[in-house]
Design a protein around this ligand. Structure first.
Ligand code: FE
Length: 209
């Protein structure tokens, strides 16, 4: 049985950018719903004993894949965010900033590219910052439940949920304003950990940088 992950913070901890009401529905109804659906779908099937990653990389497109990928993507989304507080991940580690600067010049330019792709993305989906196997960083969006982890060589660094349920209660149809606000919540320590960049240096097993 898959379980709904525990949120790494209180439901009101991301206010005002993401309200307690939004998290109540998003985490408590949508995310929980994907977990519930997945458990129902895999019961008594070949997927029952698999991990989430194994299901995502095995199941053909359809309800099993969609619900498994939505669980994985939401887990990663909540971990990608943190309360807007310098003590809990809101400061970009210098080595990470240097890496971002190598590809975009500065973090603000990365944000502009990310926001442009996220706002232009048609319909539901996800906006990602990822590490390419050649060691470079790139942004991309994926439609509906799709997730970059279907390619085992791609390392996702952070994700923003572009489904309307992530922002409609507060921002209505203004996805750009939601991106601006959610950007203030990105957990840069989490990003650095995924990239293998820390104050101890760069983990060469993860990146050729
Ligand atoms: Fe969502």
């Amino acid at each position: 049985m898959f379980e709904l992950m525990k949120l790494p913070y209180d439901e009101d901890a991301l206010e005002p950018a993401i309200s307690k009401e939004t998290i109540g529905f998003h985490y408590g109804k949508h995310h929980a719903g994907y977990v519930k659906n997945l458990n129902t779908l895999v019961e008594g099937t070949q997927y029952e004993e698999m991990s989430l990653d194994e299901i995502i990389n095995t199941a053909p497109g359809g309800p099993v894949f969609n619900n498994a990928a939505q669980v994985w993507n939401h887990d990663f989304y909540w971990k990608s965010l943190t309360p807007n507080n310098p003590d809990v991940g809101q400061v970009i580690p210098p080595k990470l900033e240097k890496t971002i600067s190598k590809y975009w010049g500065d973090v603000e330019t990365l944000k502009t590219e990310f926001k442009t792709k996220a706002t232009k993305h048609f319909g539901s989906g996800w906006a990602w910052l990822c590490l390419h196997p050649d060691g470079s960083l790139f942004t991309q969006t994926s439609p509906d439940a799709e997730t970059p982890i279907i390619d085992p060589l791609i390392v996702p660094l952070f994700v923003v949920d572009l489904w309307e349920h992530a922002y409609y209660l507060q921002y209505k149809n203004d996805r750009g304003e939601y991106i601006d606000q959610v950007w203030t919540l990105i957990n840069w320590e989490f990003v650095a950990g995924n990239l293998g960049v820390s104050t101890a240096g760069i983990d060469e097993s993860k990146t050729s940088l």
